[in-house]
Design a protein around this ligand. Structure first.
Ligand code: 5AD
Ligand code: SF4
Length: 350
């Protein structure tokens, strides 16, 4: 049997059983016929999570960050960046507008802004919860007690990417942070019964296909409910400004493998994918994605939340929500009408 036939066989095995060993996954990540991989992921997506695409209203509420991740424009040492912190009234205003427009999930994202007391975040969560929406938080690392307080206040889900599951690479791009603490946070969130989202950056300097497959196995072992994958996009004002960055093809292959390995997950076509390729969201939806996260913040702040360049492009042209809905319908899919949480009735119950 030639290599292509062997890959076809591995793909059939993965599509049927949603299991494959490390060496098989490495071969599929390098598959010479990625269209087959994408088509299989699309079939599995349709069977397990259907044609609905869930919209999550993203509010980037503070660009202050105490961390110094080498790749990110918000890093504390990027002194050239004008920072903002939304008031509680502004955050609530955005959340209300998103809920009025029919969005059933609000995602609150920020840098690791330690000026917010956990009680303040809890208060914001409690207020937004009154709007009858699911709440996803994405605000970095906390203690287990702090995560527990946020859960008690009403937060339903938490996003914390592992970024890379390779400890050595992780620590080389996250000075002063520990890989073990990152993993501890994710397992604490799982134990506290959050729906947990994680994911990785694709195209980091020194990252290999083997490391990417280890990321997939990490997601599966954790039992992640949501997976976000995006290309690394080099950002001015950071130590990695001159690096090459990730390519869209590899992101799509990784997305397809996630859907095949973990058919029940909620997986966005990420903003970074859409920035790197104007057709990125469409391509993502065809490779297993079932979520899009339109930015429901205020335009004046969107421009300042520069994790990587190009994020705020097209602001003011067309309403981002309308654009996303039109894309979903054009793809023959439907806009999700429920909270769109993890389907507890599907496999791998943890
Ligand atoms: N390119 C792409 N994604 C990035 N992130 C941070 N910096 C970059 C970059 N330069 C991602 C990280 C983080 C998420 C909020 O944004 O994966 O978890
Ligand atoms: Fe801060 Fe998150 Fe950016 Fe790291 S990735 S610098 S924690 S905002």
């Amino acid at each position: 049997m030639n290599t292509k036939d062997q890959c076809k066989q591995l793909l059939d095995e993965l599509e049927q059983s949603h299991e494959l060993d490390r060496s098989g996954l490495i071969r599929l990540l390098k598959y010479a016929d990625p269209e087959r991989l994408f088509a299989a992921a699309d079939r599995v997506r349709k069977i397990y999570v259907g044609d609905e695409v869930h919209l999550r209203g993203l509010i980037e509420f503070s660009s202050y960050c105490s961390k110094t991740c080498l790749y990110c424009g918000l890093r504390a040492e990027n002194r050239g960046l004008q920072r903002f912190r939304m008031t509680q009234a502004e955050i609530l205003g955005c959340a209300r507008r998103a809920a009025d427009l029919g969005l059933k999930t609000i995602v609150l994202q920020s840098g690791e802004d330690k000026s917010y007391a956990i009680g303040e975040l809890c208060e914001i969560v409690r207020e937004i919860k009154k709007l009858d929406v699911a709440i996803t938080l994405s605000a970095g690392e906390f203690t287990k007690a702090e995560y527990a307080a946020l859960k008690k206040a009403g937060a339903d889900r938490y996003l914390l990417r592992i970024e890379t599951s390779n400890k050595q690479l992780y620590e080389s791009i996250h000075s002063g942070m520990s890989y073990e603490n990152r993993v501890r946070c994710l397992y604490d969130l799982k134990e506290l019964d959050f729906e947990v989202g994680t994911g990785c950056l694709i195209g980091l300097p020194g990252q290999t296909p083997e490391m990417l497959v280890d990321d997939l196995l990490f997601f599966k072992t954790l039992g992640a409910d949501m997976i976000g994958l995006g290309p690394f996009i080099p950002c001015e004002g950071t130590p990695l400004a001159g690096a090459a960055g990730g390519d869209v093809g590899t992101v799509l292959r990784m997305m397809a493998l996630v859907r095949l390995l973990m058919p029940w997950v909620n997986m966005p076509a990420t903003t970074a994918l859409g920035v790197k390729d104007t057709e990125g969201h469409r391509k993502g939806l065809r490779c297993g994605a079932n979520v899009i996260m339109p930015n429901m913040g205020l335009n004046e702040y969107k421009k300042l939340y520069i994790i990587y360049p190009g994020k705020a492009q097209g602001l003011g042209n067309q309403d981002p929500l309308e654009r996303v809905k039109a894309l979903i319908l054009a793809e023959g899919r439907r806009v999700g009408s429920s909270y769109g949480g993890r389907r507890r009735d599907l496999g791998n119950l943890r």
